[in-house]
Structures are given as C-alpha cells and as structure tokens.
Write a protein that binds this ligand. Sequence first.
Ligand code: HEC
Ligand code: HEC
Ligand code: HEC
Ligand code: HEC
Ligand code: HEC
Ligand code: HEC
Ligand code: HEC
Ligand code: HEC
Ligand code: HEC
Ligand code: HEC
Ligand code: HEC
Length: 416
Amino acid sequence: MALVLGLAAPAFAKEAPAPKAPAAAKTAAEASQKCIDCHSEAEPGDKSAAGKSVLLDPAKHAKSLHGSGKAACVDCHADEGMRKYPHKSPKPAQCESCHAKAVKEYATTIHGMARAEGRMVAATCSDCHGTHDIKATSDDAAKTSRANLEATCGACHGNEKIIKEGKIPGGNVSALYHDSIHGRLLGGTTKAKDKVPVCTDCHGTHDMRPKRDPESAVSRANVPETCGTCHGKVKKVWAGSQHGKLRANNVLQAPGCTDCHGTHTIADPKTPKWQVGVIKECGGCHTEFIKTYRDTYHGQVTDLGFARMATCASCHGAHEVLPKSNPMSKVSEQRILATCQACHPKANANFVKFQPHANKHKKESGLILYYTTLFMQLLLAGVFAFFGLHTILWLYRSLAEMKAKRARPTRESEKH
Ligand code: HEC
Ligand code: HEC
Ligand code: HEC
Ligand code: HEC
Ligand code: HEC
Ligand code: HEC
Ligand code: HEC
Ligand code: HEC
Ligand code: HEC
Ligand code: HEC
Ligand code: HEC
C-alpha cells in the first residue's frame, strides 16, 4: 500500500559511538518513547530510504491527532522489525488495525486499484491525509479540509511533470477547475464559497470510481444526479425535458448537464460568450438544425458573437427543451408567439410564420421559398454559364492572336 521502507544500515553516529539497540519495550507507549529518543536526536543527515529526514519534533507530534495518545509510533510502524535497531526489513506504516473500514473502501477506489496494479504514482492514505500531521477533516488545516483539498489533489492532478510521467488521465484538471465558476467562487468571498463543490463533492472520497465505471458518481449516466444534489431545481426541470425523458429511458446520447456546461470548465451561463458558445454544443448533436439556423439572420449574427440575437436556447429553452408537438414546448403553436415576443414585442400570428429552420433545399419547407431558391440557383448557374462561355471564347481569341504575332517577324529582325 505505502512506500516500502528502506533497509539501509545505520548511517548516523559517524563519529560518536554507535548507539545500543533499545531493550524490548513492554507497552506501545514505552516503545514509542524509545523511538522518539532516537529519532529526535539522530544525526540531521540521516535519511529514510525515501530520502526524507528521520527526525521528528516530539512536541509537534504530541499535539497531532494520532500523537496525542490515539496511536503510538509502533501502532502505525507496527512491523516487528521496527522495534529493533538496526531496523530489519521495515514495512510500510499500516492503518488497517484501527481503520479497517477506510482501508477496505480505499481498495475499491481508482487510486487503490491502480496501486494494486503497481501504479505507485496513484494516491495512498498519506498522500491525501499526511503522515505525522494527520488532522480531522473538520479541521481547516487538514489536508482534506475544503480549503486545502484543491491543493491536495492538485499535488498530482495539477503537476504537469507527474501527469506526464504518470500518464494521469484528463491532464491538468486542477488548473481547469481553478478557473471554472465553482473554483473561482471557492477562492472568493461570497456566501457561495462554502457551497460550491470541491473535487470530492463530485467524485466522492473513499468511493471514488473512474468515470468508465457505471457506479461512478461521474459516469455518463450519473452526472445529472451528482450535479442535482446541489442544483435540484434545475435538475427537476431538465428531467421533464425531452433530453431528460430520454435519459430516464437509458438513451445516453441525450445530453446530461456536462454536454452543455462542461465539467472542470463550467462557466457563468449568463455571459454572452458562453451563450453563443453553447450553440455549438446543441449543433454538435442537432447537425441539420444548426445548418438551417446558420442560414437565418439570427444564426449569422450570433456567428459573429452577438448574443442578444436568438440562440437555440432563446427559442427552445435550456433545461425545458420539448418537441414542438408538446403544448408546453416554447415553439408549440400555443407558445410560439410569446417566445418571439420576448424580443419582437410587435410580433403577431403572421410574423411567427417565419421558419427558423427553413431548409432552402427541400420542398416541404414551403413552395415559395423552394422555388425562389431554385430560381436564384438557376439564375446563378445561368450567369456562370454565360460568363464561362464568354471567357473561353475570349481566351481562344487571344491565343489565336498571340500565335499570329509570333509567326510575324519582329521589328528588330526587320532592321537587320
Ligand atoms: C537507535 C536509534 C533508533 C531507534 C531506537 C529507532 N530508530 Fe528508526 N531509524 C533510525 C535511523 C538512524 C534511521 C535511518 C537509517 C535507517 O533506515 O536505518 C531510522 C529509520 C527509521 C524509519 C524510516 C525507514 C525508511 O527507510 O523508510 C522509520 C519509519 C523508523 N526509523 C521508525 C522507527 C520506530 C517506529 C522506532 C521505534 C519502534 C524506531 N524507528 C527506533 C534510528 C533509530
Ligand atoms: C498515524 C500513523 C503513524 C504514526 C502514529 C507514526 N508514523 Fe511515522 N510514518 C507514518 C507514515 C504513513 C509514513 C510515511 C512512510 C510510510 O508509509 O511508511 C511515516 C514515516 C516515518 C519515517 C520516515 C520519514 C518520513 O517522514 O517519511 C519515520 C522516521 C517515522 N515515520 C518515525 C515515526 C516515529 C518515531 C513515530 C512516533 C513518534 C511515528 N513515526 C509515528 C505513519 C505514522
Ligand atoms: C484521494 C484521497 C484519499 C485517499 C487516498 C484516502 N483518503 Fe481518507 N479521506 C479522504 C477525504 C477527502 C476524507 C473526508 C471525507 C468526508 O469528509 O466525507 C477522508 C476521510 C477519512 C477518514 C475519516 C472518515 C471515515 O471514513 O472514517 C479516515 C479514518 C480516513 N479517511 C482514512 C484513510 C485511510 C486509512 C486511507 C488509506 C487506506 C485513506 N483514508 C485514503 C481522502 C482520501
Ligand atoms: C492505533 C490506532 C490507529 C492507527 C494505527 C491509525 N489511526 Fe487514524 N485515528 C485513530 C483514532 C483513534 C482517531 C480519532 C478518531 C476520532 O476522533 O473519531 C484517528 C483519526 C484519524 C483520521 C481523522 C478522521 C476524521 O475524523 O477526519 C484520519 C484521516 C486518520 N486517522 C488516518 C489514519 C491513517 C492514514 C493511518 C495510517 C497511516 C492511521 N490513521 C492509523 C487511530 C488510529
Ligand atoms: C462539478 C463536479 C466536478 C468537480 C468539482 C471536479 N470534477 Fe473531476 N470530473 C467530473 C466529471 C463529471 C468527470 C467525467 C468527465 C467526462 O465524462 O468526460 C470528471 C473527470 C475527472 C477526471 C478524469 C478525466 C478524464 O478525462 O479521464 C479526473 C482525473 C478528475 N475529474 C479529477 C478532478 C480533480 C482533481 C478535481 C478537483 C481539482 C475535480 N476533478 C473536480 C466532475 C467534477
Ligand atoms: C499522489 C498522486 C495523486 C493524488 C494526491 C491524487 N490522485 Fe487522483 N489519480 C492519480 C493517478 C496516478 C491516477 C490514475 C490512476 C490509473 O488509472 O492508473 C488518478 C486517477 C484519478 C481519477 C480517475 C480518473 C478516471 O479515470 O476517471 C480521479 C477522479 C481522481 N484521480 C481524483 C482525485 C482527487 C479528487 C484527488 C484528491 C482528493 C486525487 N485524485 C488525488 C494520482 C493522484
Ligand atoms: C456541492 C454543490 C454543487 C455541486 C455538486 C455542483 N454545483 Fe454547480 N454550483 C454550486 C454553487 C453553490 C454555485 C454558485 C451559484 C449558486 O449559488 O447557484 C454553482 C454554480 C454553477 C453554475 C453557474 C450558475 C450561475 O447561476 O452562475 C453552473 C452552470 C453550475 N454550477 C453547473 C454545475 C454542474 C453542471 C454540476 C455537475 C457537473 C455542478 N454544478 C455541481 C454548487 C454545486
Ligand atoms: C441542452 C443544454 C443544457 C443542458 C443539458 C443543461 N443545461 Fe444548464 N444551462 C443551459 C443554458 C443554455 C443555460 C443558460 C440559460 C439562460 O440563459 O437563462 C443554462 C443555465 C444553467 C444554470 C444557471 C441558470 C439557472 O437556470 O439556474 C445552472 C445552475 C445550470 N444550467 C445547471 C445545469 C444542470 C445541473 C444540468 C443537469 C441537470 C444542466 N444545467 C443541463 C444549457 C443546458
Ligand atoms: C449530446 C447531444 C445533444 C445535445 C448537446 C443537445 N441535444 Fe437536443 N436532443 C438530443 C437527442 C438525442 C434528442 C432526441 C431526438 C429524437 O428523438 O429524434 C434531442 C431532442 C431535442 C428536441 C426535441 C426534438 C425532438 O425531435 O424530440 C429539441 C427541441 C432539442 N433537442 C433542442 C436542443 C437544444 C436547443 C440544445 C442546446 C441548448 C440541445 N438540444 C442539445 C441530443 C442533444
Ligand atoms: C428563432 C427561434 C429558433 C431558433 C433560434 C432555433 N430554433 Fe429550433 N425550432 C424553432 C421552431 C419554431 C421550430 C418548430 C418548427 C420547425 O421545425 O421549423 C424548431 C424546431 C427545432 C427542432 C425540432 C423540434 C421538433 O419538435 O421536431 C430541433 C431539434 C431544433 N429546432 C433545434 C434547434 C437548434 C439546435 C438550434 C440552434 C442551432 C435552434 N433550434 C434554433 C425555433 C428556433
Ligand atoms: C433573444 C431574442 C430573440 C428572439 C427570442 C427572437 N428573435 Fe428574431 N431577432 C432578434 C434580433 C435582435 C433581431 C435583429 C434586429 C431586428 O431586426 O429586430 C432579429 C431578427 C429577426 C428577423 C429578421 C430581421 C427582420 O426584421 O427581417 C426575423 C424574421 C426574426 N427575427 C424572426 C423571429 C421569430 C419568428 C422568432 C420566434 C420564433 C424570433 N425571431 C425570436 C432577436 C430575437
């Protein structure tokens, strides 16, 4: 589970005589005192196999959660070899004797499974909790507190070198999260500071699964539930939409929250930049409808970034998307007038006959439009054909003239 402690021979006492091995201690507390005696005196140069100093500050340790009587050195460094000096084949510190549940849970997490497969770059207990400085999560100074989690996970998920060498999926998600609306509010001073999600609110802690696992809180199917724990109202509206209904029938192609909002990049949906950007997300799935939309005045102007113009969501709604046939749809016969009137206050029944998705190339979209388009295309083709022929004939004539010129002698040759 953790680092395998080194087997190095005593490196201290280079000048002083080597210390005597301690007599076997009867109680854990006694044994700890022996450890402390040595580890607070050892040569500052002495290092563990992992290259860390082996010195401890006994006063600091005594104040730590475990050091204040909850666990002696030998409870964690429980291997018999640690009670002797030189330490014989020291094994990693253990937590299981007291935290059997946490250890069992951890083994089922993405990090636990990765370590079991030999991917030692994945997080173990001490990466998230610390070693001799473990604090209860409720303590603001704990590595697992809301305030510090971003940095704790970021030690790996925000470290480019570790990400690259460890081939950690997703890249620098910490940096993305930091700039997202959630991350920014977390670092801010508003009330939302205490309510926005930190990494573990979405991913879980000792139940953290990879996204490919259907049980994962962030699997495609479970994302709306996870976001919905805080955004309950939005989730309810979405669940009643065509998209939500399809999801309830296990049609995973329909969009959940992150298809439109992103995950670690969630931005403020009220900004024009985002509202124009999300058209591409709708269009990524509704390819025909974005094409016809782009042909309209609304579509061409939003293409240039003008968001007061109608976007897909202005006419269809965002979380309440429904087919036209449903009277609750914003584009149903019953509601369309009101939908257009939100921006065109003078709109009447005639105005809403305008077809936002008129397909200029299909007859069903209206005969007038169809024949107008056809006429325009024929006219265009005719114009091209006429000028094309004109150009060819012109070219033919100039070639013939050039040929004739070459055949004639030049003025120079005339002089000689
Ligand atoms: C006689 C002095 C002495 C005593 C007593 C002693 N240690 Fe050590 N310990 C050392 C020295 C020196 C090192 C560094 C070199 C080495 O690993 O042997 C060390 C290394 C360690 C390491 C790091 C091993 C690694 O390489 O990762 C741990 C953990 C440790 N000791 C725990 C304990 C515990 C727990 C006790 C009490 C049961 C204890 N020590 C008692 C001197 C001592
Ligand atoms: C809550 C469990 C726990 C207790 C109690 C504990 N340690 Fe450790 N210690 C660890 C962990 C975890 C590591 C990291 C390496 C590993 O996993 O074995 C570690 C590492 C060490 C190291 C190697 C240097 C380092 O910092 O990585 C030394 C030396 C050490 N411990 C000595 C002690 C001594 C002496 C005591 C008692 C005063 C003690 N430990 C109490 C969990 C504990
Ligand atoms: C990826 C980071 C991570 C790893 C790895 C991890 N934990 Fe935790 N652990 C947390 C967080 C975050 C919390 C706070 C959970 C909460 O408040 O819901 C926590 C809570 C705990 C708690 C208190 C709550 C409980 O479940 O009893 C204990 C004890 C604990 N962890 C022990 C361990 C042990 C032992 C290991 C290794 C087997 C471990 N943790 C591995 C992040 C981690
Ligand atoms: C000898 C038993 C013992 C061992 C071994 C032990 N712990 Fe603990 N640990 C405790 C006790 C007791 C508490 C305090 C529980 C409480 O106050 O509810 C505690 C608390 C914790 C907490 C704080 C839980 C919270 O309330 O947020 C964490 C995290 C934790 N331990 C992690 C570890 C890790 C990691 C290891 C192994 C490196 C470890 N412990 C080894 C007994 C132990
Ligand atoms: C608002 C919820 C949320 C928060 C907060 C969050 N994540 Fe995620 N994370 C997700 C979702 C949802 C996915 C799955 C994305 C997907 O399906 O592509 C994910 C995927 C991941 C992945 C896998 C990436 C991949 O492409 O395989 C990692 C690693 C990850 N998150 C780490 C983190 C870390 C570290 C933090 C904190 C800095 C964090 N996440 C914060 C929701 C969140
Ligand atoms: C010590 C480094 C380290 C730390 C700290 C760490 N992780 Fe990871 N994490 C990894 C590695 C490595 C993987 C890739 C595991 C694999 O699949 O091989 C991983 C995978 C993940 C995944 C799964 C991505 C997927 O495939 O869907 C998530 C989610 C994740 N970590 C979230 C977190 C969160 C949240 C924290 C903080 C509580 C955290 N990690 C802390 C190293 C770390
Ligand atoms: C732990 C609770 C929590 C979780 C989980 C959560 N959020 Fe949030 N989110 C918030 C809070 C708090 C805000 C700040 C604005 C507010 O108070 O509504 C916010 C803001 C937002 C905003 C900006 C809204 C605005 O009015 O500016 C969007 C969009 C958003 N979240 C989407 C998501 C998505 C998508 C997910 C899931 C991947 C998610 N959230 C998960 C709590 C959460
Ligand atoms: C089909 C795309 C789409 C899906 C799916 C979607 N959203 Fe939205 N969301 C939007 C758009 C567009 C807006 C901006 C609406 C506006 O301008 O009022 C928005 C706005 C928001 C807001 C802020 C304003 C508000 O209405 O409170 C939150 C929070 C939010 N979405 C969360 C979610 C959550 C949680 C889910 C999943 C249950 C989700 N969204 C699913 C497109 C989507
Ligand atoms: C991840 C893909 C995806 C995204 C993103 C998406 N949709 Fe959909 N949408 C679907 C699927 C699948 C259906 C069901 C289509 C069907 O039944 O033919 C659907 C149905 C609809 C319907 C009802 C039409 C019908 O035939 O039932 C409307 C209207 C709609 N979407 C509008 C939008 C809007 C507006 C957005 C952006 C704010 C959007 N969609 C984003 C996949 C998506
Ligand atoms: C100006 C308002 C408006 C805009 C902007 C708009 N639509 Fe529509 N949309 C409508 C109306 C009205 C209908 C129903 C009549 C029709 O099919 O032409 C419709 C029909 C649809 C349908 C089929 C619904 C059904 O029940 O069959 C889908 C899917 C759709 N739109 C998606 C989109 C997408 C994606 C965008 C953005 C790229 C978009 N719409 C932009 C007004 C709009
Ligand atoms: C979010 C606001 C918004 C919504 C909703 C909206 N439009 Fe528009 N539309 C505009 C703006 C802004 C213009 C350009 C300024 C203008 O001409 O009024 C425009 C221009 C137009 C034009 C071309 C300009 C012209 O006058 O010839 C038509 C046609 C049109 N809209 C029809 C509709 C119809 C039909 C609906 C309802 C299905 C609708 N719009 C919904 C904002 C909107």
